[in-house]
Design a protein around this ligand. Structure first.
Ligand code: OGA
Ligand code: MN
Length: 293
């Protein structure tokens, strides 16, 4: 049987007694599902898995997303289409130069976000496995959006309930001054609607669904929407809601994007940081078709 130890007063479960290289039986998958429903983020240590094993493990929890590839035609991916490349490496495993467009784009991961909230069908789970990590820095922080919701004043809860936000990477990258997109890319990155408040099916808990990709709120002037999103994000990422994961090679962290946000922290980018992510799709949009238009 797996063991679960909570790492933070609100969330974060550390899982022991498991080998993710092996196929898992139903009881173990169920126990992990219960674990993530309760803890929102699961941490596994000493899992020296390859991409194939990571994909197999991830598929226990749903269908995998394919990564947003080539926004540019000449882009050569380093990893399989089911793996998001969370590294500072090029297709030949060399550290990206400081001015490389891929590196500058990836800096957007240092803003609090929920994965793929810029897709009509956003991510359910992300699973991130550490293959090489720098000597210091490069931590990943997680924030519990259920706890943030619970702590919000009733007046604010009533105000934001039912709001529909619009998410696109144009907003998140724009926030750090990254605007180097072709017209074709801009068209592909048209905003998608997402509910601001979601109920988590596995726990029945409500959470605030925020992300750096959110930039508009339906029916609201843009500056007012932006300010509200900034205020909500500041509230939801107060230290009491945040856990900092310090990576070791062999760690795998699995998080629920429906009820957490995360961000990367700075490190010396002359050193290699190589993590591989699989992403389980949530399967359906947060805003049904009839309300989307
Ligand atoms: C991700 C991500 C943060 C990090 O993998 O989705 O945002 O610390 N990673 O690299
Ligand atoms: Mn992310």
């Amino acid at each position: 049987m797996i063991t679960v130890q909570q790492l933070h007063p609100l969330f974060m479960g550390e899982i022991g007694n498991i080998d993710l290289r092996q196929p898992l039986d139903k009881d173990t998958v169920d126990a992990l599902s219960d674990g993530i429903n309760k803890h929102a983020v699961l941490v596994f240590h000493d899992q020296f898995i390859d991409d194939e094993q990571q994909q197999q493990f991830s598929r226990n929890f749903g269908d995998l997303e394919t990564t947003v590839r080539a926004y540019r035609r000449d882009f050569v991916p380093r990893l399989d289409v089911h793996m998001a490349d969370i590294s500072n490496l090029d297709e030949n495993n060399r550290v990206l130069p400081a001015n490389d467009r891929r590196r500058l784009n990836a800096l957007g991961n240092r803003l609090w976000h929920s994965d793929s909230s810029f897709k009509r069908v956003p991510a359910r789970f992300s699973l991130l496995s550490a293959r090489t990590i720098p000597a210091e820095g490069g931590e990943t922080q997680f924030a519990d959006m259920r706890a943030a919701w619970d702590a919000m004043p009733d007046k604010m809860k009533a105000r934001v309930e039912g709001m529909i936000c619009e998410h696109t990477q144009l907003y998140s990258r724009g926030k750090i001054g990254f605007t180097d997109w072709s017209e074709e890319e801009r068209v592909k990155m048209a905003p998608v609607p997402q509910l601001m408040v979601r109920t988590h099916p596995g726990s029945g808990r409500k959470s605030i669904f925020l992300s750096s990709h959110a930039g508009r709120i339906r029916g609201m002037e843009e500056p007012e929407a932006r300010m509200l999103l900034l205020d909500l994000t500041e509230f939801a990422t107060q230290p009491q809601f945040v856990y900092t994961h310090v990576w070791k090679v062999g760690d795998l962290v699995m998080w629920d994007n429906r009820c957490t946000m995360h961000r990367a922290r700075e490190y010396d980018e002359t050193q290699v940081r190589d993590l591989h992510r699989t992403t389980v799709s949530d399967g359906r949009p947060t805003v049904p078709e009839e309300l989307a238009a």
